[in-house]
Design a protein around this ligand. Structure first.
Ligand code: SAH
Length: 349
């Protein structure tokens, strides 16, 4: 099988062009064609005959296929992608004012096994390749261009779909390099966010390898015991060490770390939880996202009532930590946080 063109970052491509004595503009021509224009036919622009033949002969230009699409009443779009080995992953487009954030998957399933997450229930199958990550973006963009013309603007990229992105660091890093390349999609670094359950080996690589990319930590409880129950890898990488590792990552002036906190009824939603959370994060460049628990088939947790959620936020306000209550989008098609499961998802209309 030929290697995928979409596994190459710009410098890989330049190296190939030089090694094979192809015309110098070939790398920028190819990135422009496949990433800026997002064409899905072979590049015919500014490429010498030799370069055209070389890339067509040696590389595969296919992308993950869209298997199904579910459009929510709030215009959220959930894609199920079919990969070459027939495994499936999900990707979500989240609308805001006719523009979109894209929520990308980084693995087939997930090894973290978090107790509140539907993806965790399907177990871990394998890492996605860079081309399978980048492919989700391009295919979603093409779908928008075809189905919602004029709306093909994807402004934010968040790694909050299936999988633990830091557990697949190399492929995720290369996908970020491709998104950031000025020769292609040219996404601003401040527009990319990677969310982690607190996988320290990846956090330790952050400053050197993906500096400037935004970080979100799934925190969910300030108490180690409770966090162990929610996020089993907390036993290996405890929260205090995770936070200390994050504190060492330099931030730009206007940058902050997002701390995600799922509110689960009668589990982590009391004033005491909020006080401890506030005390833990006060003084940091922090932003808290409160996410009322999203139910999925077979889940036994529940979301607290709205007044309880607002009280929780009220406590955090006293610490002057900016806090947002994140309303669920796309939950009628199981596209909200933690509802992605490409193995056991029920059939939807
Ligand atoms: N593995 C990464 C990214 C995937 S999860 C991580 O743990 O951060 C993306 C976000 O959805 C995380 O904050 C996760 O905790 C949250 N999430 C998972 N299941 C959820 C559920 N049932 N309800 C609400 N949020 C959930």
């Amino acid at each position: 099988m030929k290697p995928s063109f979409y596994d190459l970052n710009y410098s890989d491509l330049e190296t190939l062009v030089n090694q094979n004595n192809l015309n110098h503009s070939a790398a920028s021509a190819l990135f422009n064609w496949h990433y800026k224009k997002k064409e899905n036919r072979p590049c015919v622009d500014k490429l010498s005959k030799a370069a055209m033949a070389f890339f067509n002969d040696h590389f595969d230009f296919s992308l993950p296929e869209i298997d199904t699409v579910h459009e929510s009443s709030d215009r959220t779009v959930k894609f199920l992608f079919k990969l070459k080995d027939h495994h499936k992953v999900e990707t979500v487009l989240i609308p805001f004012h006719n523009k979109y954030s894209i929520c990308l998957s980084s693995q087939v399933g997930c090894a973290m096994n978090c107790s509140f997450c539907f993806t965790g229930k399907q177990g871990f199958t394998r890492n996605l390749t860079t081309s399978e990550i980048v492919g989700q973006f391009i295919q979603a963009w093409r779908w928008l261009a075809a189905n919602r013309p004029g709306e093909e603007r994807i402004l934010n990229i968040v790694f909050m779909g299936q999988g633990e992105p830091l557990h697949n660091f190399d492929a995720v890093k290369k996908a970020c390099e491709i998104f950031l390349s000025k020769h292609g999609t040219s996404v601003g670094i401040q527009k990319i966010t990677i969310s982690t359950a607190g996988y320290i080996p990846g956090l330790e690589r952050w400053s050197e390898e993906i500096p400037g990319v935004n970080l979100a930590l799934s925190l969910h409880s300030p108490f180690e015991e409770k966090r162990n129950e929610l996020i089993p890898i907390n036993k290996k990488y405890p929260l205090d060490q995770v936070l200390a590792t994050i504190d060492k990552i330099p931030l730009n002036k206007k940058q902050f770390v997002t701390y995600e906190y799922i509110l689960i009824k009668d589990f982590n939603d009391t004033a005491e939880d909020a006080e401890k959370l506030g005390a833990l994060l006060v003084g940091k460049s922090a932003y808290i996202n409160l996410i009322p628990f999203n139910a999925f088939p077979g889940s036994h947790y529940k979301s607290p009532a709205l007044d309880k959620i607002e009280k929780f936020k009220g406590v955090l306000d006293t610490f002057k930590i900016p806090t947002l209550i994140r309303t669920a989008k796309g939950d009628d098609v199981l596209a909200a946080c933690g509802q992605l499961n490409s193995k056991n998802a029920p059939n939807l209309p």
